[in-house]
Design a protein around this ligand. Structure first.
Ligand code: AMP
Length: 410
């Protein structure tokens, strides 16, 4: 059964009124799936990215449950903790709490780095219903004795994969150690790298899994692979690939003009016909390079992102990302050069150690992991939940948590 109204979801009247004020007509898919489970007190693993309505999906049931529990926070305590990787996200979540909780009397506070800690400490002193925080500053305040999480019954981790990228996972684990074992825990992540999958197994108890696919990005037909390798091995690997006869019409992408020129020079040294297009070339030179490529006189066109916009060439057999773009959307534009007009295409990305976080942002955007090929260090996503059989196990078994509904009945 698909739930199509917020009333059917079972959230309380003050929340329904706030949603009406905000002119939300119908729940998004993640909201209709997650909210009933969360009202029931279950743990949740949410695989979803920003834009799906996930903030409301966790904030609405949290506000509902906190009101129903009807307890006051003790001094320096928080009844619920939401952890997010960045200040921007913390502020956004705090705003959502204000919007959805406007007809309730919930006290919330934010804790984040980059601003003075004094006002944050003052806000915490009396205790809060909901605390939204970045991990680093929160851990600081815990160490200084300003906050006590021993009575925090609700924990939400938002954008866990970004926390991993930013090196916060250890801090997150330290913070969670301060919480009681009897609690409801939610973890949201757009992708499931091994570390995040492990964290979810450790902190969630028999979680329900809700997965929302990314908006349709037409990259499904493209075979996408990644080679993990050293930066200085890229040129050799490129030449090896181009020695294969089926690499017939190939676009190679670099981040910089200088990089594009260098690749062309080295390919020519290896006897492979290649030309570059980028912003430093005259319009005439760019057009000639494009024509040569289109007519098959050059096999390889090396381009930067900006120069490649709007290029329409059919039958590109392979796109090779010599360097990964730091803007993930550029990846989608780049690989869209292959598989045009219904053809199958192949996209190969080179990823050195410094590009791992770019890779993860891309995988988050396209909502899939690239296939890892070749030698080199093991990729960050090989240990994903999807690769494991069966239901995730808790590593610290025997902890006596029960479901919220059971806790209530007891
Ligand atoms: P999020 O994925 O949580 O960042 O939300 C994306 C945007 O969608 C936010 O601007 C929300 O205010 C908005 N939004 C969330 N749920 C709904 C809904 N059910 N109806 C309309 N807008 C929504």
């Amino acid at each position: 059964m698909t739930i199509t109204s917020f009333t059917e979801l079972g959230i309380s009247e003050p929340l329904l009124r706030a949603l009406e004020d905000a002119d939300y007509q119908t729940p998004t898919p993640i909201q209709s799936k997650a909210i009933p489970l969360l009202l029931d007190g279950l743990d949740l693993l949410g695989i979803a990215q920003t834009g799906t309505g996930k903030t409301a999906a966790f904030t609405l049931p949290l506000l509902h449950n906190l009101e129903e529990d009807n307890v006051r926070p003790g001094k320096g305590q928080a009844r619920a903790l939401i952890l997010a990787p960045t200040r921007e996200l913390v502020i956004q979540i705090a705003d959502s709490i204000k919007t959805y909780g406007r007809h309730m009397h919930m006290r919330s506070a934010v804790v984040m780095g980059g601003v003075g800690q004094r006002p944050q400490v003052d806000a915490l002193r009396r205790g809060v219903d909901i605390l939204v925080a970045t991990p680093g500053r929160l851990l600081d305040l815990i160490k200084q004795g300003h906050i006590d999480l021993s009575q925090t019954e609700y924990l939400i981790l938002d954008e866990a994969d970004r926390m991993l990228d930013m090196g916060f996972i250890r801090d997150v684990r330290r913070i969670i150690e301060k919480l009681p074992e009897e609690r409801q825990t939610l973890l949201f992540s757009a992708t499931m790298p091994g570390e995040v999958a492990k964290l979810s197994r450790d902190i969630l108890y028999e979680p329900e899994r809700v997965e929302i696919a990314a908006k349709s990005i037409a990259v499904d037909r493209i075979d996408q692979r990644v080679h993990h390798l050293d930066k200085n091995a890229k040129q050799t690997r490129l030449a090896e690939l181009l020695a294969e006869p089926d690499f017939d019409r190939v676009m190679v992408f670099t981040r910089t003009k200088h990089g594009a020129n260098k690749v062309v020079k080295l390919l020519e040294r290896d006897g492979i016909s290649a030309e570059a297009i980028h912003g430093n070339k005259s319009q005439g030179a760019r057009q000639r390079a494009l024509d040569n490529f289109r007519e098959g006189r050059t096999r390889v066109l090396v381009a930067t992102d900006i120069a490649s916009r709007g290029i329409d060439i059919d039958d590109v057999t392979h796109v090779i990302n010599f360097e990964l773009p730091n803007v993930p959307e550029s990846y989608v534009h780049r690989i869209g050069r292959t598989a045009r007009a219904g053809a199958e295409g192949i996209a190969i990305s080179f990823c050195d150690a410094s590009e791992r976080s770019h890779l993860r942002s891309i995988e988050r955007l396209i909502k899939r992991s690239l296939i890892i090929v070749g030698e080199g260090p093991v990729g960050p996503d090989v240990d994903s939940v999807e690769n494991r059989k069966g239901r995730p196990q808790r590593s610290n078994s025997g902890r006596g948590r029960r479901r919220r509904s059971q806790r209530r009945a007891a």
